[in-house]
Design a protein around this ligand. Sequence first.
Ligand code: CTP
Length: 398
Amino acid sequence: MLSGKRIILGVTGGIAAYKAAYLLRDFQKAGAEIRVTMTPSATRFIGSETFAALSRNEVAVEVFNDENPGKDWTKHIHWGEWADLFVIAPCTANTLSKIVHGNADNMLTSTLLAARCPVLICPTMDGEMYESPSVSRNLKLAEESGYYILEPDSGYLASGLDDKGRLPEPQAILEMAEKIIEENRKKGPLSGKKVVVSAGPTREFLDPVRFISNPSTGKMGIAMADAATALGGDVVLLKGPVNTKETERLHVESFTSADELFSLAKKHADADVIIMSAAVSDFKPAEKTDQKVKKQNAPDTIPLKRNPDILQWLGENRKNNQILIGFAMETENLEKNAREKLKKKKIDWICANSLSDEKSGFGSDFNTIHLIGHDHQETLSGEKKVVARQILRAIFGE
Ligand code: CTP
């Protein structure tokens, strides 16, 4: 259930901070992807390097980057958009108080305010502190604000006392995390909707060993499938020939050629939403031989014929209330060409990208998308995984 889920682990400055390293490992073993943010005082209990090494990601502690001012200063916003769940374990009385009063004086609390995902707070402190009127009041406020609280366990505490205040065992935190993510997913704008996403290139074979294709890696399409799942959709991923483990958690149907993708698209033409991110080859060899063509018999030219325009067919044969979303890779006149495709293919939205945009294009983990609807236009830029969610939120709402 946690496979492929993205979790921000917030670690605050209590003695149980060291236990967050074990929690991180357990989340990873369950298949989750983890990013860690720590309060400065948490780093006095356990080094940020430990979490950086374990999570294989940078650890966010400071909002400001003194060595490189201005760099990454919107990281808390992007992280907040990236995550499926924000878990604060352990959460001190001090951070709890900051959260419920909306303070954003460090990276953890700033990221928390920017988070679009549910938040699970694991209050962990000494028994007397936990029982204090202000902590009780703040816990009540946190619950009223929609945060999830996992009550601490009772037992031997660092103070030497036997009381309530221990960080619960990782298993209890994992179980609650799973429950919250699924509950939240079902409330998403795509809940109950069948969403079909195509991703990757097509291969158009000339003979059994040679084909025409393109450099698509399917990353953007897979990010769209993940985003649609996170927003509640029942997703079918139509996957071209790309090698990735990222799709193991998804319902996948595979294609190689444009003709095969066309058959799958027709089979799933009843979907509520169809997202055509696949880089479909517009042409295929006019003939395909069953045996390998020997080089002395190779022709000087390869006659081609057109592949069907799958998206256009979907636009012309759409069922009522179906939403069709296309992609367009342009090298010039991006907006004009994208708008023409929107009309010609009779679709609702087009996600146009340009090879000339910085940090975008085939194989990159980043993208800049010019999202164009019949009366809407905006530009979204950042990690493909984040941009995919922004696209779907812009189209379908929260
Ligand atoms: N597409 C499709 N079938 C094709 C070609 C493209 O369904 N035979 C879809 C793609 O999945 C994408 C959109 O159409 O969502 C735009 O594809 P693109 O190749 O950029 O546009 P074309 O219509 O092929 O126009 P051109 O090659 O002239 O840019």
